[in-house]
Design a binder for this molecule. Structure first.
Ligand code: NI
Length: 190
């Protein structure tokens, strides 16, 4: 596993629509390992492939390890409870309701803003072996995180879904991002 560089806002790759994964091979597994390594090393709960400059529809999540702990029987020490999740070619097939909550993004260091998301989603995706699966998430960090990361795969960023434009501009300026440009339609490739 290799920790990769996370690109920041301004990198054109963050505004591209990514390509579907067609081959479930060794190179895909290597990409996923690197994504987990990079996400955990950055204390993130989610990471999308374009954030490490790979334009593919792959995302990784683990919303539990920052807060959940268990006691290791051998060492008697508290250790993080890891729940790694991989979604390949994810598609939201159901979405309902609305919630507003605080979000950050590893590509925007020191930026936390209020973002509008669906309250409940059902996502269809493929696992590491290419098998089709479905996952339901409602009103929790997992639900918001999946939406945030799927947006990355479509060249959309959390700043496009802010609940408070004025607050966001101020926070972005303070974090050194200046005026943000939110294109109505992301750059298409392929
Ligand atoms: Ni992000």
């Amino acid at each position: 596993m290799t920790k990769q560089q996370i690109v920041q806002y301004g990198d054109p790759g963050l505004r591209k629509v990514t390509s579907r994964v067609l081959k479930f091979d060794k190179s895909l597994r290597k990409l996923i390992e690197d994504m987990f390594e990079t996400m955990y090393a950055s204390d993130g709960v989610g990471l999308a492939a374009p954030q490490i400059s790979v334009s593919k529809r792959v995302l990784v999540l683990d919303v539990d390890y920052p807060s959940k702990r268990y006691i290791d029987e051998q060492t008697k020490k508290e250790v993080p409870s890891y729940t790694p999740i991989v979604l390949i070619n994810p598609v939201l097939i159901h979405k309902e309701g609305q919630i507003i909550s605080k979000e950050g993004c590893l590509s925007f260091p020191n930026v936390v803003i209020d973002v509008i998301r669906f309250k409940k989603i059902i996502v269809r995706y493929q696992d590491l072996l290419g098998k089709e699966r479905k996952l339901t998430a409602e009103d929790d960090l997992l639900c918001r995180c999946i939406q945030h990361e799927i947006d990355h795969l479509d060249g959309k960023l959390f700043v496009d879904k802010t609940a408070d434009e004025v607050q966001m501009k101020k926070i972005l300026e303070e974090a050194g991002f200046g005026n943000i440009i939110s294109p109505a339609s992301p750059i298409m490739i392929g």
